[in-house]
Design a protein around this ligand. Structure first.
Ligand code: NIG
Ligand code: FE
Length: 408
């Protein structure tokens, strides 16, 4: 019996399948989709019949490259207001930590986020998500963390989930109530963490969060508080993530690894011991060069140690109003290479395969593999490294999400 015709087939293209230790390149490849999934991928020469006999729709790409849809695995795109005033203060010499300790920083975004309606937050988030999507992003992670009370944290997560109803983009959510101590709990971090923990089972029932996140830092929560949160979250079956070792080494990455976290993020100050613990746990190191750049930090994350110990590295925008107002994942890839000396191959793995791992969705996303979601980013470039090379130039030619073309 003749096989059913595939929905679509891309030919005359080169593929980054991500199916080996590098980029899994197939020159002169072909890839086919059926419904929402990839149904065939391989060298063009191995197609069993001529394209017209195989697929209803055929795209001849004339030598373009196809990568998996990009994944931005760390964002805070749902938030109210901006922090342009704080940007000015920093340019006049105030540091990020000084501003935070004086009640600004995250807390000023908390005020703006609490004051915003769901509709306002959604409208602003959609603009940011659209900017990411225009550069080939098909999956984003979105954190709460600017509500800092039950009602407003839920408001942020609901808005994050709502994005999928307005844009063809997949959203994974993280509950970041442990982002900083809100004013109402001033001087009582322990009390605040207890109030966050109290709500975890209700959060689980509501299905609003795919992971629990926290900020382990002098200006946020200490390791003991984070550990208490992780213990409870783990019992309820949540995936874990952690903002760790961004401004100092509190051993946050090691702590995240001990609890089997999907990822530890930032990591500028992580020790070799923490890196080894991450390797053992299989936690992903999420590298956030946008925050390093925007805060004009000087301590670079231990990239060589991650490499040496085999810790998978992801790259993300960390899009947020305070430390990384960056809506470009391509720019983040460039910064990972120029500022941290990651290779373009590492950067591309970092926004595909390893970003999927950091979100716990590698069964369905992050590579061009039969059975995975048909998320294809099609690029008018001469080689994959071009994606890390350009600054402010977008070579996206076509974007397919779950089998549907959304940018052409
Ligand atoms: O990922 N590091 C902590 N949280 C955010 C920034 C929060 C803010 O300044 O608004 C980050 O960089
Ligand atoms: Fe962040």
């Amino acid at each position: 019996m003749e096989q059913d015709m595939w929905d679509s087939l891309w030919i005359n293209c080169h593929l980054c399948t991500l199916q080996d230790d590098g980029l899994g390149i197939i020159k002169d490849g072909a890839i086919a989709c059926q419904g929402e999934k990839i149904i065939w991928v391989g060298p063009f020469s191995e197609l069993k019949a001529s394209p017209e006999k195989l697929a209803k729709e055929i795209y001849d790409l004339n030598g373009s490259w196809i990568t998996p849809g990009l994944i931005d695995c760390h964002t805070h795109i749902v938030h109210g207001g901006d922090r342009i005033e704080e940007f000015n203060l920093r340019l006049e010499g105030a540091s990020y930590e000084e501003i935070a300790r004086a009640g600004g920083g995250i807390r000023s975004t908390v005020k703006a986020t609490r004051e915003a309606s769901e509709a306002e937050l959604l409208a602003a988030a959609l603009k940011r998500a659209t900017a990411l999507q225009s550069e080939g992003v098909t999956v984003i992670e979105v954190k709460s963390g600017y509500g800092l009370n039950w009602e407003n944290e839920c408001k942020q997560l609901k808005v994050a989930r709502e994005i999928e109803n307005h844009l063809p983009i997949k959203v994974q959510t993280s509950y970041l109530a442990a982002h900083t101590i809100p004013e109402e709990f001033h001087g009582n971090g322990d009390g605040y963490i207890d109030s966050v923990i109290e709500k975890l089972s209700e959060l689980k029932e509501l299905g609003l969060a795919d992971a629990i996140d926290g900020f382990c830092e002098g200006i946020a929560f200490n390791p003991e508080q984070i550990e208490k949160l992780f213990k409870s979250a783990q019992k309820l079956g949540f995936n874990l993530k952690l903002h760790a070792d961004q401004l100092s080494d509190l051993g946050g990455a090691g702590l995240a690894a001990r609890y089997g976290a999907l990822s530890a993020d930032h990591l500028e100050y992580s020790s070799e011991q923490s890196v080894k613990a991450m390797a053992q746990a299989g936690s992903v190191a999420v590298i956030l060069p946008g925050a390093f750049y925007f805060l004009k930090e000087t301590q670079v994350p231990p990239i060589a140690a991650f490499r040496e110990h085999g810790v998978p590295m992801a790259v993300a925008t960390d899009m947020n109003p305070g430390s990384s107002p960056c809506c470009s994942l391509l720019m983040s890839m460039n910064m990972a290479c120029t500022l941290f000396r990651m290779t373009p191959t590492e950067a591309l793995r970092g926004v595909t395969l390893n970003a999927a791992k950091a979100l716990g969705i590698s069964d369905t996303h992050g590579s061009l593999e039969v059975g995975k979601s048909a998320d294809l980013a099609i690029w008018d470039i001469s080689s994959p490294a071009a994606l890390s090379y350009y600054i402010g130039y977008n070579p996206l030619q076509q974007l397919v999400q779950a089998g549907k073309t959304i940018v052409q």
